[in-house]
Design a protein. Sequence first.
Length: 119
Amino acid sequence: MASEDVDDRRRHPRTPLSILVQFRLNTLEDFLSEYSVNLSPGGMFIRTTAQHAEGDIIFLQFELTDGSKLIEGMGRVVRVNPPGPDAGLGIEFLNFDEESMALIEDICAARAAKKQLPS
């Protein structure tokens, strides 16, 4: 499948963002820590070689870059890229509080506006 096809299916445009994300399956007590590749109001992609299956429900938490707010909630694995240069997990956000979702939307909007400013 071409990347354009995947982009056409998305409800939200992706915003490039490298931020440390901690995540774990409901059944595991230890968090894994990896970096995101991008973020949107609908989800995020996390670069990792951790083995998860599509449909797995995971708990996510990450901080704003200034450390002012911890964002946490539940997500569903909707894409698994096997080990290699693009290894990782596509996560759909399921259960985040309104304040967290507003912060995610603000991050994406601010980065999109910055990207559109003339150089």
